[in-house]
Design a protein around this ligand. Structure first.
Ligand SMILES: [Fe+2]
Ligand SMILES: [Fe+2]
Length: 208
């Protein structure tokens, strides 16, 4: 269906097209998540992605229920947006060598997918309600909730564990050392002397 082919005559057509679009997207996500899981080295991230892969397979089944409600066979329509987001994530995984940076990149790529899904489900639910497809809206809402939860989980993993800048801030807040090499080095020096030249320290010691 081309952008200007005028095959979409009304909101019902637009909604049906949107269902095919998200059905295609979810199936592509099922295919792409295993690569992300394989490349992720952070255990929490790996677990989160594995959990969301199981959820995504269920989401595909829920979409099939929606098609069945309309007496239709499930079918997808090629969606260049999700193809592009997935391709970008795949390219990135091939370009990052440092494992910690790769984990951060995977989170960003996975969140791009979630945000795409959130916008699509948001529109579909609104259209389903407008069209009086209340059962559809309830089913689609279950998928939307999972996408939002997945996005939240990814943010939490990035904030707490992986993003070096966030980890440094968290370490400072906790007043504890961590595994980051620069922080570990700083910790070896007593806090009171940090930032002062080594020379002055010696002088102060002699005058004590
Ligand atoms: Fe999904
Ligand atoms: Fe998702």
């Amino acid at each position: 269906m081309g952008l200007f082919s005028k095959d979409i005559k009304n909101l019902e057509d637009l909604y049906q097209h949107g269902l095919k679009d998200i059905y295609y997207a979810e199936n592509q996500i099922v295919k792409s998540l295993p690569d992300m899981i394989e490349n992720a080295t952070n255990a929490e991230l790996k677990r989160g992605l594995q959990h969301h892969l199981r959820e995504t397979k269920e989401q595909v089944k829920r979409l099939e229920q929606v098609f069945a409600l309309h007496g239709e066979q499930p079918s997808g329509t090629k969606c260049p947006a999700i193809d592009g987001i997935i391709k970008e994530g795949g390219d990135l995984m091939g370009e990052v060598e440092d494992k910690a940076v790769l984990n951060v990149g995977i989170i960003a790529a996975a969140q791009a997918v979630e945000h795409y899904e959130i916008t699509r489900y948001g529109a579909l639910i609104a259209w389903a309600r407008d069209l009086g497809h209340r059962e559809d809206a309830a089913i689609l809402m279950r998928n939307l909730r999972e996408e939002k939860a997945a996005d939240k989980t990814l943010s939490a993993v990035a904030e707490q564990r992986l993003n070096p800048a966030s980890a440094r801030r968290a370490g400072r807040r906790a007043g504890a050392g961590a595994s980051h090499p620069r922080r570990a080095k700083a910790k070896r020096r007593p806090a009171a002397t940090r930032g002062k030249p080594a020379q002055k320290k010696k002088k102060a010691a002699r005058h004590r």
